[in-house]
Design a protein around this ligand. Structure first.
Ligand SMILES: [Zn+2]
Length: 267
């Protein structure tokens, strides 16, 4: 049997059968569950889920080996949670759950538990599946005006009250910046890349001035300016790990921005 206690900061899920508790940030929990399930079922296909269930049951009936289950909050997991989440997300990049939507989910998933009134938080007891845990969480999001969106840096789902918030509060996976949250890491990486861009800009500009407008140096300088402004325009829409890495590679490792003596030095 599971229970859940949710406030604005943290959510604690308790499994009374195995007497274990899991506490996560409320805004991150939906994304954490989703990512954990994607890791277990990387090639998951909602359309084939029903066939897999039938196949497993018939194998079981014939005494054949079936694939080992995984566990989520101490409950046996065979892809049901991911199926449920995929159906709920339904290909959207942003979900604004309403109380009516969640009420519908609650009824269709035969969730009879009601929330227990408690000061400043929502609590549900006697939940018999992870689905019900997720419905309780979605109910909290709906009641408190949270929207679910995808972090533009790490790509994970997170809950936020303002869609102006582009980045989640989980740690970045950008090499060297893992100790910062996505939002902090983006700011620091962009600052660092901007400093590098300015120093390259000055160096290439001087060369272009020295050799004149028809020189190859001018061509290199113009192409550098063009490429950097394209990267910067894209970054305004969201600084994903991949995009920042591509910009970093360009600023530090591409042919034109690297002084020749450095290339020789690195041999
Ligand atoms: Zn993130």
């Amino acid at each position: 049997m599971l229970s859940i206690r949710i406030d604005d900061e943290n959510t604690t899920v308790t499994n009374s059968t195995c007497q274990t508790q899991w506490t996560n940030k409320t805004s991150e929990l939906f994304g954490i569950i989703y990512v954990s399930q994607l890791k277990h079922y990387p090639d998951f296909d909602c359309d084939k889920f029903g066939d897999r269930v039938v196949e497993r049951i018939s194998k079981g009936l014939q005494g054949q080996a079936v694939e080992e289950p995984t566990y989520l909050f101490g409950m046996v997991e065979r892809g049901d949670t991911l199926f449920f989440m995929e159906q709920f997300i339904d290909g959207r990049r942003m979900v604004s759950p309403t109380i009516d939507d969640i009420e519908e989910l609650r009824i269709s998933n035969r969730m009879t538990a009601n929330f227990l009134p408690s000061h400043g938080c929502i609590q549900f007891d006697k939940l018999n599946s992870v689905r019900h845990v997720i419905i309780a969480l979605l109910y909290f999001y709906a009641v408190n005006g949270y929207k679910l969106t995808i972090c533009k840096h790490c790509g994970r789902w997170f809950a936020t009250k303002s869609l102006k918030e582009l980045y989640c509060s989980k740690n970045s996976s950008f090499p060297g910046y893992e100790r910062y949250t996505c939002g902090e890491a983006v700011k620091r990486i962009k600052d660092k890349l901007e400093r590098k861009r300015l120093s390259e800009y000055e160096r290439l500009h001087l060369k272009a001035m020295e050799y004149g407008v028809n020189s190859r140096h001018s061509e290199v300088f113009n192409s550098f300016c063009q490429t950097c402004s394209t990267f910067k325009a894209e970054l305004k829409h969201g600084a994903s790990v991949e995009l920042l890495q591509a910009y970093k590679d360009y600023l530090y490792d591409s042919e034109n921005v690297r002084p020749k003596y450095e290339r020789i030095k690195n041999w």
